[in-house]
Design a protein around this ligand. Structure first.
Ligand SMILES: Nc1ncnc2c1ncn2[C@@H]1O[C@H](COP(=O)(O)OP(=O)(O)OP(=O)(O)O)[C@@H](O)[C@H]1O
Length: 270
């Protein structure tokens, strides 16, 4: 199956996203004051193309868990496996990772930044230019391909990061507070974009966020975590609720109730 992301092929049936199986993961950090039990007994089975959000108070191990899924940290105990039914032919990475601070190279244009992962994996010049332009158009930045990051707004830079992550069609997209620094309007428009592109490409998404409203707006499932040690408290399925979800929908009885229960998990008493 071709993985070329052109304007035409983005409307083709998507590759399935990757299934993520997190099995009995513990993680300890060694600190001056002793061992920090960052995660204990975390198990999650995330289906291909599912959108899962992890919410929890500061220090409950959200970023540690995401780093383990990203392969940046090896868990002290347990395992994470990522599978996809269809294997990429071009050997590109299965995982993409987006954080609050974009990691764009300042001396490269938006297009050159988007091309970077393809270039690192030896995709030829013509194909990478074609794929970069197609995905930049898809995120609404077709006219900004030749701008450098300092010439773009924060929201535009985050669009470039999303394009850079999706250009090689990863099985899994991992996002750590990606919209935290953006204004509400830009955040809403990036939510819409993310949902559209995810529906189109079938990418599995794991999002870490402090914002319960954001998790409710986007997810098939919201997982709450508790600190010391970091562990799963509860899971809320929203998979049967259509998206996009308007602000009005998010205030209805169902969502208001789930919101309240999540806040209670996080220790809010109101
Ligand atoms: N490199 C490290 N060395 C020692 N302790 C660490 C390290 N990284 C994280 N920790 C500890 O592990 C626990 C989990 O941290 P983590 O960053 O995963 O939490 P988090 O839920 O992402 O927090 P936040 O929402 O504030 O980003 C915390 O107690 C933190 O202090």
């Amino acid at each position: 199956m071709s993985t070329v992301l052109t304007a035409e092929s983005t409307s083709a049936p998507p590759l399935p996203g990757g299934r993520i199986v997190i099995d009995e993961v513990d993680h300890d950090f060694a600190a001056d004051a002793g061992i920090v039990p960052a995660l204990r007994g975390v198990s999650l089975d995330i289906a291909p193309s599912e959108f899962v959000s992890l919410v929890g108070t500061s220090g409950c191990g959200k970023s540690t868990l995401l780093n383990i899924v990203a392969g940046l940290l090896t868990p002290t105990h347990g395992s994470v496996t990522i599978g996809r039914a269809v294997k990429e032919a071009d050997g590109l990475p299965q995982r993409a990772y987006i954080t609050q601070d974009d990691r764009l190279l300042p001396w490269r244009t938006a297009k050159q930044n988007v091309e970077l992962p393809l270039q690192l994996h030896g995709v030829d010049r013509e194909e990478r230019a074609e794929r970069a332009i197609a995905i930049l158009r898809r995120v609404g930045l077709g006219d900004f391909a030749d701008r450098r990051p300092h010439e773009l707004s924060g929201g535009m830079r985050q669009r470039v990061s999303i394009a850079q992550s999706l250009v090689y069609h990863p099985a899994v997209l991992l996002m750590d507070e990606p919209f935290g620094a953006l204004d509400a309007w830009t955040r809403d428009s990036l939510h819409d974009l993310l949902l559209d592109v995810q529906a189109e490409l079938g990418t599995t998404v794991v999002l870490v966020t402090h914002d319960v409203g954001e998790a409710l707006a986007l997810s098939d499932r919201v997982v709450t975590l508790a600190p010391r040690p970091g562990r799963i408290l509860a899971e809320y399925s929203l998979a049967d609720r259509p998206r996009p979800r308007s602000h009005q929908t998010l205030r209805d009885e169902f969502f208001a109730d789930v919101h309240q229960r999540i806040r209670a998990d996080l220790g809010f008493t109101d």
